[in-house]
Design a protein around this ligand. Structure first.
Ligand code: PEP
Length: 251
């Protein structure tokens, strides 16, 4: 049975005191009763602190927002997957549209990061999604197929089991525009079919596929009720403990 997951991507937000309060409030408000895996993804500098704060909370896991494509050595300013593993990080977000567009990360860069994560026993939240032009021209399924075929669909079965997929339409990220539950379900079903074609139904049924893009307490219940939507990758709404925990509780 695949996992239900709600992940909060804090991006480049919050100072140390704000992180302290946000983690404390989430842990206070969150109950593990509904069996949802919660993932918190703070900026690198706070990872160690958040790992320690969540150490006694079984349902809470920690993700970094990025990692280096290199193993170790003379790469000033980079953070390796092995460093992340050594402080107790569980996941790495790879392929977020902001990394692809602002930092020009290609599928080749993403594949190197995927390799680093897997070699260092880290799971991956792998993001994909179309932009507004691709949506409006009707080519969005082809775009997503290509994004996945050139990256995670090249992996072997064992590696694929370490991947959570996040479908994030770029036109919905941080814009307040959410994909409708019907639009999101169409893509989630399509992604699951691509996995099934390559790896079989057992693996595809066990792969969690999250929705991301202006997900909030007012739309999360409807989105999460779709048969192929297994939770969310939450940006803006993850910075407010009451909104984030309401999303977790909307299953
Ligand atoms: C994101 O950036 O992953 C995201 C989903 O952002 P938001 O929820 O703010 O649209």
């Amino acid at each position: 049975m695949r996992k239900k997951i709600v992940a909060g991507n804090w991006k480049m937000n919050l100072n140390y005191d704000e992180v302290t309060s946000l983690v404390d409030e989430i842990l206070r408000l969150h109950s593990s009763d509904n069996n949802v895996e919660v993932i918190l993804s703070p900026p690198f500098i706070y990872l160690d602190k958040v790992v320690r704060s969540c150490a006694n909370h079984d349902h809470v896991f920690i993700a970094s927002q990025n990692c280096s494509e290199y193993n170790n050595g003379a790469y000033t300013g980079e953070i390796s997957a092995s460093m992340l593993n050594s402080i107790g990080v569980n996941y790495i977000i790879i392929g977020h549209s902001e990394r692809r567009s602002i930092f020009n990360e290609s599928n080749e860069n993403l594949n190197l990061k995927i390799t680093q994560a897997l070699q260092n026993n880290l799971k991956i939240i792998f993001c994909c999604g179309e932009n507004i032009d691709q949506r409006e021209s009707g080519e969005y399924l082809q775009v997503i197929k290509k994004q996945l075929e050139e990256t995670i669909l090249c992996l072997d079965q064992k590696s694929l089991s370490k991947i959570v997929i996040a479908y994030e339409p770029i036109w919905a990220i941080g814009t307040g525009k959410t994909a409708s539950s019907v639009q999101a379900q169409e893509i989630h079903f399509f992604i699951r079919s691509l996995i099934s074609d390559k790896f079989g139904t057992e693996i595809s049924n066990n792969t969690s596929i999250l929705y991301g893009g202006s997900c909030k307490p007012t739309n999360s219940k409807e989105l999460f009720s779709q048969s192929d939507i297994d939770g969310g990758l939450i940006g803006g709404a993850s910075l407010k403990s009451s909104d984030f925990t309401a999303i977790i509780n909307s299953f």
